[in-house]
Design a protein around this ligand. Sequence first.
Ligand code: S5P
Length: 272
Amino acid sequence: MSPLQQTYTQRASSHSNPAAKLLLETIERKKSNLAISVDVTKSKDFLSIIDNVGPFVCLVKTHVDIIEDFDESLISKLQELSSKHDFVIFEDRKFADIGNTVALQYSSGIHKIASWSHITNAHPVPGPSIISGLSSVGLPLGRGLLLLTEMSTKGALTTGTYTEEAVRMARAQRDFVIGFIAQRRMDYVGLAPGQVSEDDFLILTPGVGLDIKGDSMGQQYRTPREVILESGCDVIIVGRGIYKNVDDIPNQAKRYRDAGWEAYLDRISSTT
Ligand code: S5P
């Protein structure tokens, strides 16, 4: 059965990767397919936003390298918030180097991403060795990887055969690659017409906004309805749309959570 016709819970039971299972179960438990992207530079703001949106999100996406006053205690506080509010952690590191280098970047340095982030992501541009490198560190820890097969920005080069080859790479390393950062479902990409897909990849989609269509630096926004119902994606990733007005963060988080969940319920009822 296509992932489009299944509930998040049904899909959780057929995933063997622990990070994918955890995310799908969290989505269903919290009735939220909303991920917050917290792109702020001060630890205090970072933790305060996460504590405020915690009840409404299934996942928190971080860019820890932009935090100016980073130290290890930030990670313990993030983990405490993850237990308090029940959300999955995704460090949006966008690895893009040879296998040996990404394995070191993932395990070591100041951030030691693999030790705390359930999910991370990589550009497929170096070829399958980037997955093997990251998998050598992440798979024994039960982590999962998303490949960036489509980007949300104007003029992105992630199209055509690049996207197709990336999906092929993912199919070959299904134990660690749990899905994609993309703008639509990828299960059928690269298959011959009529060929049935065996895959259930998670599709996490940034470039989501309810009020504006983009920013001044090439970002493009679509609504939760377009993303979840029309394009069949699984998780909406929202950043500034939620935290740009500091006094309204919980309200905006609730608004996006409701829009994302309603679009999912409509999708399930229209396909079953
Ligand atoms: O194609 C992409 C991939 C990603 S991961 N487009 C994106 O915008 N992102 C990330 O999603 C980006 O790095 C940022 O952290 C977030 C979008 O933030 P917003 O404030 O525009 O919602």
